[in-house]
Design a protein around this ligand. Structure first.
Ligand code: NAD
Length: 497
């Protein structure tokens, strides 16, 4: 019997009383590597009650002490980088290098959280009226919660709890039930870094457990990352319950290729950005839009894509790993079939992919459709597999109109040698994260992760200054300290006098 993943409540790792278990499997073999419990209502409520009680003490902990926890944590994460990446590769199937990248992008956010004193600084203006000063403080909210997806089990939890806790909040994490072992290791190291008991709690499960968080009056703010329908549901239900909610959702990211771009750079970057991580990235490039003569590079791109082969996590020649589950594989295969039925031209077909020695893995090979049109389902839906859709237009204006008509707005990129084309694209495109000769423009944590349109529901984004505002309240103080006891008559107006 595979081991049961534990909950983390009140600073203790505990077995759940639940009998409702979800198996965690190795996507290359289907071996069950753990059982994740769906926490009971009592357990979820105990975690929230404990987080609420601990908040009273944690919010009074000096900010420099909170920062020091993050400094020790980032050092520990670096020390255990390879070990965490191996756990991550085991449950996601990612190649070792890609798994290390997942952990690294999370470590960067912890480094940023270690800078919390400067991030919390408020504003001051002296003499807003005669003898009166106004200044603002950033104060924590209370208990916050985070619900994370399967595709970045290190990076996305680390987008959330370190900054929220550094701000002075306590935090409840509900990781993806498909890969809970990586977040468990992250939490063990957080405890080792000296985080006081109870500032972070972990509950496991699915919709039922998320609903308990959404409905509990003591959760003040909720961060979600996952698919569009779930994101919309969580945003609606959470805000209806008067919570602050940020919900990062699915995507369809376009790369526009101008004929003056560097051909080899385009091909190399498109291969990695489209089928890397088996296309299971919210910032993967899933549509390549060739402008004018750039379409002449399509055969060479197809050749390069066809050469990439999937494999197991420690196969150094593998370009990417399996899909997360047999269900995910089935869905991607259905989408590939649909593309064929809709009349898209198949230049590379990965639907019959096998990997020697791993007959049960969720393998799908690189797939490249050409002549894709906007009415096809393979264009309209997020496929979340190693599938690239090729499209052709005659001008940059046409490319911009095509991208802007798409309901998603997570990321996009343009490849060009022209500053004017790059400037026009960055200015006119209605997408929140833009790369110019950069294929996957995920901002570093001193900026924020700024998806738009159907890729994000809410207003304040992940990490950076926006996350600090999301996880805190601003208090503005207007103060007068007269040198003598000046008592004047009542001021009947709203003016400061
Ligand atoms: P998912 O929506 O299926 O699950 C995400 C989380 O929500 C999990 O913790 C899951 O347990 C929970 N959940 C699932 N169904 C629920 C329901 N009905 N009610 C309440 N909670 C529910 O997403 P996934 O398959 O784990 O992740 C892939 C998706 O995440 C893709 O669409 C991808 O684009 C998106 N994603 C977006 C970003 C971003 O920053 N925009 C980043 C990573 C992934």
């Amino acid at each position: 019997m595979a081991k049961q993943v534990q909950l983390y409540i009140g600073g203790e790792f505990v077995d759940s009383a639940s009998t409702d278990m979800i198996p965690v499997t190795n996507p290359a073999t289907q071996e069950v590597i753990a059982q994740v419990p769906c926490a009971t209502k009592d357990e979820v409520h105990a975690a929230i009650a404990n987080a609420k009680a601990v908040f009273e003490e944690w919010k009074e902990t000096p900010v420099s002490e909170r920062a020091r926890v993050m400094m020790r944590y980032q050092a520990l994460l670096k020390e255990h980088h390879d070990e965490i990446a191996e756990i991550l590769a085991g449950e996601t199937g990612k190649t070792f290098d890609d798994a290390k990248g997942d952990v690294w992008r999370g470590i960067e956010v912890v480094e940023h959280a270690a800078n919390i004193p400067s991030l919390l600084m408020g504003e001051t203006v002296e003499n807003v009226a005669r003898g009166i000063d106004t200044y603002s403080y950033t104060q924590p909210l209370g208990v916050c919660a985070g619900i994370t997806p399967f595709n970045f089990p290190a990076m996305i939890p680390l987008w959330m709890f370190p900054l929220s806790i550094a701000c002075g909040n306590t935090f409840i994490l509900k990781p993806s039930e498909q890969d809970p072992l990586t977040p468990t290791r992250l939490v063990e190291l957080f405890e080792q870094a000296g985080a006081p008991k109870g500032v972070l709690q972990v509950i496991h499960g699915g919709k039922e457990q998320v609903d308990m968080l959404l409905d509990h009056p003591d959760i003040r703010a909720l961060s979600f990352v996952g698919s569009v329908p779930v994101g919309q549901y969580i945003y609606r239900r959470g805000t209806e319950n008067m919570k602050r909610v940020q919900a990062f959702a699915g995507a369809k990211n376009h790369c526009v290729i101008m004929p003056d771009a560097n051909k080899q750079q385009v091909i190399n970057n498109l291969v990695g950005a489209s089928v890397g991580a088996a296309g299971q990235r919210c910032m993967a490039i899933s549509c390549a839009v060739f402008v004018g003569k750039a379409k002449e590079w399509i055969p060479e791109l197809a050749e390069a894509l066809a050469k990439v082969r999937p494999g197991v996590w420690n196969d150094k020649d593998a370009g990417f790993g399996p899909l997360i589950s047999p269900q995910a594989k089935e869905r991607v295969l259905q989408m590939i079939q649909q593309g064929k039925d809709e009349g898209a031209e198949v230049l590379v077909d990965g639907s019959e992919c096998t990997v020697e020695g791993y007959p049960d893995g969720n393998w799908v090979g690189p797939t490249f459709f050409n002549q894709v049109t906007t009415d096809m389902e393979i264009y309209k839906q997020e496929i979340f597999g190693p599938v690239l859709c090729g499209m052709q237009v005659d001008s940059l204006e046409e490319a911009i109109a095509l991208v802007n008509a798409n309901p998603y707005g997570n990321g996009t990129s343009i490849f060009t040698a022209s500053g004017a084309a790059g400037r026009k694209y960055q200015h006119e495109i209605e997408v929140g994260q833009v790369g110019i000769n950069v294929p996957i423009p995920v901002p570093l944590p001193f900026f924020s992760f700024t998806g738009w349109k159907n890729s994000f529901f809410g207003d304040l984004h992940a990490y950076g200054k926006q996350a600090v505002r999301f996880y805190s309240e601003t208090k503005t103080i207007t103060a007068r300290w007269p040198e003598t006891d000046l008592v004047s008559g009542p001021n009947m107006t709203i003016e400061l006098k």
